[in-house]
Design a protein around this ligand. Structure first.
Ligand code: ZN
Length: 185
């Protein structure tokens, strides 16, 4: 199995900028193995995204896939599998939106983070070509969270109100609103 250990908050390697990937690396067996390991680790942990630094590899690559049946994010719309190499972000709409985020590197915790709601991501694809995509709403948050990992940033760095930072168990007990309440999301 190619499932790797996820390093957790406090590990200094989560706090450094990852190294860009050369196009010549993309066809190497080592790179293919890295992508497979990231995918299998993300799926085993029921994550919707993973960045190479989380398995202690300093490379600018992240995978994002929101499965239909995500247990951790049951309300999130599903997505295709994105493989994003050497990305940069341009904010298209400064209007912020807030979501409760979690992270495989901070197990058992969740926090409310506001981020721009619409972004353009420019990245290298697996074939070595430059691609662009536009992400909105929850998917925009997921892309920003994962790309932050490539720059040594964790979602907790963006929490404005630390009262909205919680263990999952307490979050479920005290923050999740009644399904009949219109404000729930
Ligand atoms: Zn994360």
């Amino acid at each position: 199995m190619a499932v790797k250990e996820i390093i957790r908050m406090g590990h200094p390697n989560l706090r450094v900028c990852a190294k860009p990937i050369e196009n010549s690396e993309l066809s190497s067996s080592g790179f293919t193995e890295l992508i497979t390991a990231m995918k299998e680790t993300m799926q085993k942990e029921d994550g919707i995204g993973i960045a190479a630094p989380q398995i202690n590899i300093s490379k600018q690559v992240t995978l994002i896939e929101i499965p239909e049946d995500s247990e951790r994010y049951p309300d999130a719309p599903s997505s295709t599998l994105y493989t994003i190499i050497n990305p940069s972000i341009e904010i298209l709409d400064q209007t912020t939106q807030g979501f409760w985020e979690g992270c495989l590197s901070l197990p058992g915790l969740t926090g409310f983070v506001e981020r721009p709601r619409k972004i353009k991501v420019t990245f290298t694809n697996l074939e070595g070509n430059t691609e662009e995509l536009i992400a909105e709403d929850f998917l925009a948050t997921v892309f920003q969270h994962e790309i932050d990992h490539l720059n040594g940033i964790l979602y907790i760095d963006h929490i404005k109100d630390m009262k909205l930072f919680s263990f999952n168990k307490e979050f479920e007990e005290f923050f999740i609103q009644d399904p009949g309440d219109d404000n729930s999301n």
